[in-house]
Design a protein around this ligand. Sequence first.
Ligand SMILES: Nc1ncnc2c1ncn2[C@@H]1O[C@H](COP(=O)(O)OP(=O)(O)O)[C@@H](O)[C@H]1O
Ligand SMILES: [Mg+2]
Length: 428
Amino acid sequence: MTMEESKDYLDLSEPEDEQSSQIFEDLLDVEPIFDSKEVLRPAYTPDELPHRNSQIQEVATVLVSALRGDTPSNILIYGKTGTGKTASAKLVSQDLETASQKFEVPCEVQYINCEVVDTQYRVLAKLARAFGREDVPMTGWPTDRVYDAFFDAVDTRERVVVIMLDEIDKLVEKSGDDTLYNLSRVNSDLDNARVSIIGISNDVQFTDMLDPRVKSSLGEEEIVFPPYDANQLRDILQQRAEMAFQENVLEDEVIPLCAAFAAKEHGDARRALDLLRTAGEVAERSQLEIVNEEHVREAQERIELNRVVEVVRTLPTQSKTVLYSVIEFAEEHSDKMTTGEVYNTYKRVCQTTGMDPLTQRRVTDLIDELDMLGIVNSVVISKGRYGRTREISLSVPHQETKEVILEESRLDDVDVDTVAQSKLNEER
Ligand SMILES: Nc1ncnc2c1ncn2[C@@H]1O[C@H](COP(=O)(O)OP(=O)(O)O)[C@@H](O)[C@H]1O
Ligand SMILES: [Mg+2]
């Protein structure tokens, strides 16, 4: 709409200010799809977690020692993302604190997300502050001093302290296992308090990175959270849907389809909820009052595309250039291509952008990386007596991927025409 048109458009109606307030009132009036969208967001934890009873029971059985005045064993919880580890652990700790007040047995839980708090210093400082040493700065002291501050703060009185280290694999990956080593030995020096650790990891292999002493102390109890299957995901979605949506807006296939898609993504409940919310938003945007199967399929595509966009955006420039070359070749010639064909296109793209080309060997490595990220598909095929060759094709949508690549300033002046032009020049 041009300025002129928009003026006409506004003039058609009531006096201006009245109309603008009306726009929002109208939108607020009708809420045909959602009752509470928040319920579908990751931050929301329901009071009950279907299909996690036995895991919750296992954790509680270990922690109940705290209420008897003993030190609970350390626990290691494993499972893929979206299997309800964080939600379950938080639920148990709330119950533990409630029970501790009821029975007047001092017991506290400190939750730390190690993806955010990712060094020994920060973990210790965070704990020291949580136990009352607010003077400890989040950076700057020697680690010994922070450790002492934490130690003194915990030991001020008799109590059991459960330290829950979520995403513990990220901490170990980034800063090694010193933190865990120190925390797992702290009980031998404490006079009053008792510390027990719950580590939560998305990565089953992560204990391979640990010192054997840390491994055996931390893994006194190991609890595995298996992926959800499609039926379990249905129940989880059903529970949320009742709170999140208006009555009778979901067609029958919606929840089973969301569950089926997420079951393929290693049984990820986060993905299932995300899909259901996005499907609702798609329907909302189409101004419909019903969510149907089509909306779920569109939501699935959208989420998948977002993932691709995120991955492509963070690729190094050379990898983007290689990917761009694959798209170029596919658009100009054929969907399937050899490494040599990618490499020739790549050299032309480098020429247009003034970039130094890598060797074919390196480019082949970059293609392998793109393959592992699920962006291209590279298979070795037999050409009979001509030997074997690699066949490369794109696994993501051309247009959208290209747009993301062209956001990068070094590549923004390459487009089909300039590449075609330079090819012409080359041929002359
Ligand atoms: N059994 C369940 N019932 C209801 N919601 C669940 C269940 N398991 C997971 N969720 C929800 O799925 C999302 C991901 O769960 P989360 O506990 O964060 O997984 P993890 O920590 O294993 O990656 C959260 O929104 C959580 O509330
Ligand atoms: Mg988690």
